[in-house]
Design a protein around this ligand. Structure first.
Ligand SMILES: Cc1ncc(COP(=O)(O)O)c(C=O)c1O
Length: 380
């Protein structure tokens, strides 16, 4: 998308823009992987559960993967019978399980104790499995490493191997990576599963390979396709793949406006009408989001900061050819996943308006108001 056109066409600020053409391009990358490998593609709705997006994706996926009762309800509103809703979470509450078991087609329990508490449910339509933790760390940063020491995510592969649970379940779920740009992790993980469980994998119906791969940043998909085909061939398994970020990450933009500028300890600070409220991972992971206006050779260094009271509400230092003036708009890129879903109204700042870029036009889809803020904080 032409981001200068975007800046001229979006009339309010801050604004989140979902580029539907980019989403179509991401689906175009996934299509041959799905067709050639025979896997079932589930969109992991935790990345961005925006209803117009879910409706758009419905014809191109086999279902959604979900993490909670609310996500399962939302998925159920959009999908039709026969499409998959696959849940895995450490947080299944006893009182929610009955409804979850009716809404979901597949549930991967996160622990042996969770499995034991829920397998007695009488629902032949529900396919129950286990999330296994293969104990292979592919990430240095433990904040998003599911295979960290003392992990809460999935049953330790050794414990599963020693248990008799493989006979009670229909499938296994693995999810071990975060923004991976090659297929080595899945290849190594499958090798380990094969080493541990060998032929007993054939008594299962399915294997869920999780999400975490940035398919658009990987050139050769053959190793992934071959791994899936081999699994299907050797064990007759249905294979689920559940990307989130790979579908929406690069399709989201956040537009903000500079509303103040001053010098602090000899550096220029530009205050924006957005904040890390609208993209909390900037603060959680201390990660600087990509900025359209950043020019590595620009002479002017400016710290872009949010408008809340938090001292660390800072996007980072960027370089500009012309320092942004009050009233100028800037665009953060690659913020489609895990931004809006984690956004909040701390300090009373409103959530961004949401637009779609569709058929070469910018269309306003959602505007939150003071009434929404007030509603959130009213007692019943
Ligand atoms: C179990 C599971 N599946 C799928 C995903 C989606 O991952 P991504 O958006 O990185 O593709 C996640 C992300 O945290 C996850 O925890």
């Amino acid at each position: 998308m032409d981001l200068n056109f975007l800046k001229c066409s979006v009339t309010s600020s801050p604004a989140f823009i979902l580029d539907e053409e980019e989403i179509a391009r991401n689906l175009h990358i996934l299509r041959p992987i799905r067709e050639q490998s025979g896997c079932q593609l589930l969109y992991s709705i935790k990345a961005l559960p925006f209803m117009p997006l879910l409706t758009m994706l419905k014809p191109f996926v086999d279902g959604f993967s979900v993490s909670s009762l609310f996500e399962a309800r939302l998925a159920n509103e959009i999908l039709t019978k026969g499409q998959i809703i696959h849940l895995t979470t450490p947080g299944i509450k006893q009182e929610e399980f009955d409804e979850l078991s009716r809404l979901c087609s597949h549930i991967s329990f996160n622990s042996l104790s969770q499995l034991q508490r829920h397998t007695s449910i009488d629902n032949s339509a529900l396919s129950m499995g286990l999330r296994v933790n293969p104990k292979l760390s592919f990430l240095k940063d433990d904040r998003f490493n599911p295979c960290r020491q003392h992990s809460k995510l999935g049953i330790d592969i050794d414990a599963l191997w020693q248990s008799s649970c493989m006979d009670q379940i229909k499938g296994l779920h693995i999810h071990t990576v975060f923004s991976a740009t090659n297929y080595q992790p899945i290849i190594q993980t499958i090798e380990k599963l094969r080493r541990y469980f060998g032929k007993s994998l054939a008594q299962l119906d399915w294997l869920n390979l999780g999400g975490g791969y940035l398919f658009d940043q990987i050139n050769d998909h053959r190793p992934f396709i071959d791994t899936i085909k081999q699994l299907k061939n050797d064990f007759g398994l249905d294979i689920h793949v559940e990307p989130g970020k790979a579908i929406v990450g690069n399709s989201g933009y956040l537009i903000a406006t500079v509303i103040d500028r001053f010098i602090s300890d000899s550096k220029t600070i530009a205050i924006l009408d957005t904040s890390i409220n609208h993209n909390p991972e900037v603060f959680e992971y201390q990660r600087q989001p990509e900025l359209h206006e950043h020019d590595p050779d620009g002479r002017h260094a400016v710290i872009l900061a949010g408008s809340t009271c938090l001292a660390g509400d800072v996007f980072g230092e960027y370089r500009f050819r012309h320092p942004p003036e009050i009233g100028d708009k800037i665009v953060f890129k690659d913020v489609g996943a895990y931004s809006l879903i984690k956004a909040n109204r701390f300090n009373g700042y409103n959530l961004p308006d949401i637009y779609a870029y569709r058929d070469s036009q910018i269309i306003l889809l959602k505007r939150y108001s003071y009434q929404d803020y007030r509603q959130q904080w009213l007692a019943d």
